[in-house]
Write a protein that binds this ligand. Structure first.
Ligand SMILES: Cc1cc2nc3c(=O)[nH]c(=O)nc-3n(C[C@H](O)[C@H](O)[C@H](O)COP(=O)(O)OP(=O)(O)OC[C@H]3O[C@@H](n4cnc5c(N)ncnc54)[C@H](O)[C@@H]3O)c2cc1C
Length: 461
């Protein structure tokens, strides 16, 4: 059967409404960028990606890529580039005997887990249902139970790409291995376009349970000290997060500790949660102890906490292991600027203490901190963004770097990799994309080009 033609919307000739829809409708953040691609190409076949890159090379312009559209800073929307939108690629094919799934980059976490879940498998994708695996995996991927299962990108065993020169390649540990190394942590600086991932999947845990404790924020210090101490040695099935939020019906800032356990049986789940249930501080206003849950339930809660059509400003830091983390995060956790905003501490130990496989994703500490500043009205932009700046001025000096996935290099830059990994990554970028055809890291003025990012500790706060 003949391959269908790809669909191109040109900035200079399309109906303005159609162009605008193609430009930003799939950008999750309601703060839309003032950047205008030359054209948007909707592909429905991997060969279209090659055609689009060849077209860009003929026209001597850049390409940018959109998989799930969830980059907070809308990295896919770049001035005068050809934006390749991969929404129309939607392959998910599981090989049960090899425990490998082939999936298109625009596949979302929920799509992937629904399809493979029916056949008894799970993938530790992003916590929010609609995040695309494309951007998520390239950044490293802080997926389900990352503190014990490791980075999601470690499960990439292969990928199909279109290079900046327009060549179609397969990459794995033995073929074009440099690109596999980059795909595990280069983020938007990946110097090619992925058209298909090959991922290891894990057997779906038979029992998923949770315990949740919500306290008034006056208990912040006691609760944080407890959870930070208890987490590293907690059962390896336990994912642990502390969140500062304003819960519906309570309507004041609270601190919530939420533990989800992935286990083989109900009794193993209850046993895994027991030490935390038994040791949690007194004074909780909500206690949910060892209740069944599911990936679908957790996705639903995440979707509620991260609503679409809202304005977002996120920021994050890997807090140093040797500081008083409770004290460092106190202002962030106790002064949220909007009822829909939240701040979180995500336990990364013990995974953060092991030697990592050889890959670009190399930055980690025991303590991941992120601000998810959510609001609705443009009038709150300055106040909410100002709050983030203010918090980061204090927190950044106490941290060793940040995670690409919750960063915006137009505003703040820091270390995203170890020095060695950053140097290797920028060299590989120049080798595989010497003309800077793939847009890369969106810094202030979009000038990073083939140079990439400097990887200096909070060079710009
Ligand atoms: C509500 C919400 C929740 C989130 N939760 C998590 C979480 O739990 N864990 C976590 O780690 N992150 C999380 N993130 C961050 C998320 O992983 C990143 O924003 C990621 O970039 C989203 O991927 P995407 O494909 O949807 O984004 P897109 O905007 O489509 O892609 C972002 C950029 O990645 C690059 N890219 C994407 N696909 C390709 C490709 N096929 N080939 C080459 N380059 C590509 C491009 O530079 C692209 O512009 C969350 C984000 C949101 C909005």
């Amino acid at each position: 059967m003949a391959t269908p033609a790809m669909f191109i919307t040109w900035r200079d000739s399309a109906d303005a409404n159609v162009y605008e829809k193609e430009r930003v409708d799939r950008v999750f953040n309601a703060i839309k960028p003032n950047r205008y691609p030359r054209a948007i190409v909707k592909v429905t076949h991997p060969s279209h990606v090659q055609e689009a890159v060849q077209l860009a090379n003929q026209l001597q312009c850049r390409v940018s890529v959109r998989s799930g559209g969830h980059s907070w800073a809308a990295w896919s929307v770049r001035d005068d580039a050809i934006l390749i939108d991969l929404e129309g690629l939607n392959e998910v094919e599981l090989d049960e005997s090899k425990r490998i799934v082939k999936a298109s980059p625009s596949t979302t976490g929920i799509m992937l887990n629904e399809i493979i879940g029916k056949r008894g498998f799970m993938f530790g994708g992003g916590h929010c249902p609609d995040v695309g695996i494309g951007g998520f995996l390239l950044q490293g991927g802080m997926g389900w139970n990352c503190k014990n299962w490791g980075w999601a990108c470690e499960q990439i065993v292969g990928l199909d790409v279109v290079t900046a020169a327009g060549e179609i390649l397969h990459c794995n540990e033995t073929e074009n291995a440099e690109l596999l190394w980059c795909a595990r942590g280069a983020g938007p600086g990946f110097p090619a376009i992925v058209t298909r991932f090959y991922l290891n999947v894990r057997p779906k845990p038979a029992a998923m349970y949770r315990s949740t404790f919500i306290y008034p924020i006056s208990e912040y210090k006691i609760v944080m000290d407890w959870v930070i101490k208890a987490s590293p040695t907690s059962d390896p099935g336990n994912e642990i997060v502390a969140v500062s939020l304003i819960p519906e019906g309570i309507d004041e800032i609270c601190i919530m500790v939420h533990i989800v356990t992935f286990q083989e049986s109900e009794s193993a789940a209850c046993e895994a949660l027991r030490p935390l249930n038994d040791s949690h501080p007194a004074g909780a206003i909500v206690e949910v102890i060892s209740q069944p849950t599911s990936v679908a339930d957790q996705y639903q809660d995440q979707a509620k906490a991260n609503p679409s059509n809202h304005r977002y400003c996120t920021e994050n830091a890997y807090i140093n292991d040797d500081v008083d983390v409770t004290a460092v995060l106190e202002k962030a956790f106790t002064t949220l600027p909007h009822p829909k905003s939240f701040a979180l501490w995500f336990s990364m130990a013990p995974m953060s203490r092991r030697p990592l496989p050889d890959m670009a994703c190399t930055m980690q500490s025991d303590h991941y901190f992120a601000l998810y500043t959510v609001w609705e009205n443009v009038e709150d932009d300055v106040r909410c963004k100002g709050w983030v700046n203010n918090i980061m001025k204090d927190v950044a000096p106490m941290s060793k770097g940040a995670y690409l996935g919750d960063s915006d290099f137009q505003i703040r830059t820091t270390k995203f990799w170890t020095d060695e990994a950053a140097e290797k990554l920028m060299k590989l970028r120049r080798k595989w994309d010497p003309k800077g055809t793939v847009s890369g890291y969106l810094d202030d003025g979009d000038i990073s080009g083939t140079r990439g990012l400097d990887n200096q500790n909070w060079s710009k706060i």
